[in-house]
Ligand binder design. Structure first.
Ligand code: AHR
Length: 339
């Protein structure tokens, strides 16, 4: 089976330096002089980071990326764990806005909405705001840039993988265990999967799509309930690795063989995802890159130095992995990965 997985370097491939080079070219072409930018360094950065919580292996890797990179670069990081609550994020954002020692605020948003007031407050207070991981539905003039995945494309890739896995199956009923309600990662993966599933005749039957809240226990219960309703399920699309693992456990408990009787496609490609691909119970894992800190900090520094020309979205570079690559190849890839 063909794969387009990329080597992981700990950083997505489009760097802010590359963006700056593009910018220079554009301005030169227009004949305008480049604005003179400031001389702040990472030592001048005082960051308030608002994390979603600690719901998954992906999230642990994302948090570690921000903490480790801050230490390496000498950035003063104030980390806040919102424990899955939007109201906690909004109140932490407000507190960072009020804190004169904080000049950069980074948000991993739990929801697509709810942040307009604190974003306006941040702008009035002169904070540099970078959105990481999940997009939000806010006026882009309220933040410097968003650095994160193309979740719609991840949904497309998941559907393409499922199409390949079900190519010899006459029925193509796929159950969906989606991410937390309101998260752009969940909304957009669901959208992308639906956009592409018709290419090979996949359907998500009524009543076979429900959130697993990014976790194993919820997802196991959801899948068990689906299998109580019907055994006419050929595939599961789980929005992250924990949800895929929950589905795998429920399939086993129902006396079926995950990966064979029911094909399973997950998203994230964490070490746990690889473990289940290596044992053949997870058929495919669509990569979502959590190691975003180097790019985010670089963008924030550019913003602190007055650069307003960054693109409003820098998508991460991601690949896909398949059980069909074989245990040896997957072990080799896993050994090169950080999480
Ligand atoms: O926003 C990224 C998603 O959030 C990951 O896929 C999921 O595991 C996480 O918690």
């Amino acid at each position: 089976m063909a794969t387009r997985s990329i080597a992981r370097t700990g950083m997505a491939l489009v760097t802010v330096a590359a963006m700056a080079a593009l910018w220079t070219g554009n301005v030169a072409a227009q004949g305008s002089p480049a604005p003179s930018l400031g001389t702040k360094t990472y030592a001048d950065m005082h960051v308030g980071f608002i994390q979603t919580g600690s719901e998954s292996g992906w999230r642990a890797a994302n948090t570690a990326s921000f903490k480790e990179t801050a230490t390496q670069l000498g950035i003063d990081l104030h980390f806040y764990d919102a424990q899955g609550k939007v109201e906690n994020q909004v109140s932490a954002f407000h507190n960072f806005n009020q804190d004169p020692s904080i000049n950069v605020i980074i948000l991993a948003a739990l929801d697509t909405t709810s942040y307009d007031d604190v974003l306006k407050e941040a702008q009035a207070a002169g904070k540099t705001v970078v959105i990481e991981d999940r997009r939000i539905d806010a006026d882009p003039s309220l933040y410097l840039t968003y650095i994160g995945s193309d979740f719609v494309n991840e949904g497309h890739e998941a559907a393409a993988a499922m199409c390949t896995l079900l190519q010899d199956s006459t029925s193509k009923n796929v159950a969906e265990i989606s991410g937390a309600v309101g998260a752009s990662a969940a909304t957009d993966r669901a959208k992308g999967f639906r956009e592409a599933m018709g290419d090979c005749g996949i359907t998500i039957p009524d009543g076979l799509s429900q959130t697993g809240n990014w976790g194993v226990p919820d997802s196991k219960a959801v899948m068990a309930a689906f299998l109580q309703k019907t055994k006419d399920i050929q595939g599961v699309f789980a929005h992250n690795d924990e949800e895929a693992i929950g589905a795998i456990q429920a399939i086993q408990d129902a006396g079926l063989v995950p990966g064979k009787d029911i094909k399973v496609v997950g998203v994230d490609a964490t070490a746990d995802g690889f473990k289940y691909m290596i044992d053949g119970t997870l058929n495919a894992d669509i990569e979502c890159n959590p190691l975003l800190a180097p790019q985010v900090y670089e963008a924030a520094l550019a913003g602190l130095n007055g650069d307003t020309t960054l693109p409003k979205w820098v998508p991460s570079q991601e690949g896909q992995f398949f059980a069909a690559q074989g245990a040896d190849a997957l072990q080799g890839i896993l050994a090169t990965r950080k999480y």
